[in-house]
Write a protein that binds this ligand. Sequence first.
Ligand SMILES: [Zn+2]
Length: 52
Amino acid sequence: MSNAIILDSTITCPVCGHRKNETMSLNSYLYFYECEHCHARLRPKEGDCCDL
Ligand SMILES: [Zn+2]
């Protein structure tokens, strides 16, 4: 076991429903994620509303 924290998560775009499996470090998890399908900017962290 290493000490690295890796989050393996599937992100579903709320705009177009496109799913992508992302492996993120804890740091990058805090940043915006851009949907590769419709290029909407998402926050992976839920509960922060809404800048669409
Ligand atoms: Zn999308």
